[in-house]
Each structure stands twice: as structure tokens, then as C-alpha cells.
Design a binder for this molecule. Structure first.
Ligand code: DQA
Length: 147
């Protein structure tokens, strides 16, 4: 099936951005690993990163037309601010998994609230780049169950 991995603001800085929180792998490293993982399971995965909220929304809208079956999304700080992102994901009604590299519950209090979690299939946070790998594994299992 066709899967989409969406990265929100500042995730283009992975590798240099607060490496003690987010690790040393670049986004390109992570995307390459995810694509290999998806292909090994017989799926195709498109990976995109946007710093602008409206570009994330427009990519989500397009997912409705391009046959995307499931979205993995790390919304970055928009997690904690964006009702529009929530509405876009609810609007296209494509199942999604929320991903965070850091443990958002062990950081500043403002990171504890997400506008997305209650409408997500599930949430994976706190495992660094492995959060993506585990999220994709969960997605692949789910697609195998639902065909
Ligand atoms: C993040 C957590 C967010 O709170 C933060 O704003 C990010 C990254 C994570 O992957 O841990 O940009 O989504």
C-alpha cells in the first residue's frame, strides 16, 4: 500500500538540532531507513518535511486523492498548537500514527498536550529515531490485518 511519512517544523535540522534530545541521525538517514523498511514489507513510503503549517495541511489534503492508506506524522511543535492540523487529518479520514522522537511527557509541561492523540490510531514517543521505526512497524501490521 501507499504510505506517507510527514515531518513537521524544524525536523529538517535533525542531526544538528539539540542532539542530546533528538540524536545525531539526519532526517535523510531516517527517511532512507523507513523507505527500506516499508519496501521490505511490500509497501511504498513517501517522506516529506514542511516547516509551514499550510504546506502540511495541503499535503494531507492531497493524500486523500493519491490513495494514501496510512500516515505517520511527527507534527513537531504544531502538535501542541494546531487545531488546523487536527481538522485536516480528521477531514481526510486517513488513519494516522503520531510520532515523537523525544518523550514529550518528560519535558516542558506545554509539550504534554497534543491536539492529535485522541484521533490517532496510536502514539509512539521517546525512542529517538526508533519511534519512527516502531511506528512504521505498527502501521505495517495494521495494514496486514485490514488488507
Ligand atoms: C517533537 C516534540 C515536539 O514537542 C517538538 O516541538 C518537536 C519534536 C519530537 O519529535 O520529539 O519539534 O515532535
Amino acid at each position: 500500500a501507499r504510505l506517507l511519512a510527514l515531518h513537521g517544523p524544524n525536523l529538517n535540522l535533525l542531526g544538528v538540532r539539540e542532539p542530546e534530545v533528538y540524536g545525531r541521525q539526519t532526517l535523510a538517514d531516517i527517511d532512507a531507513q523507513l523507505q527500506a523498511q516499508a519496501e521490505a514489507a511490500g509497501h511504498s513510503l513517501e517522506c516529506e518535511q514542511f516547516n509551514a503549517e499550510h504546506l502540511l495541511l495541503e499535503r494531507i489534503h492531497r493524500a486523500r486523492e493519491d490513495g494514501t492508506r496510512l500516515i505517520l506524522i511527527n507534527p513537531g511543535a504544531f502538535t501542541h498548537t494546531s487545531i488546523a492540523l487536527r481538522d485536516a487529518l480528521a477531514g481526510v479520514a486517513i488513519p494516522f500514527i503520531e510520532i515523537h522522537m523525544s518523550n514529550v511527557h518528560a519535558r516542558e509541561p506545554f509539550r504534554r498536550h497534543s491536539y492529535l492523540t485522541d484521533i490517532a490510531i496510536g502514539l509512539i514517543c521517546g525512542f529517538g529515531a526508533d519511534s519512527y521505526r516502531l511506528g512504521l512497524e505498527a502501521a505495517i501490521r495494521r495494514l496486514a490485518d485490514t488488507h
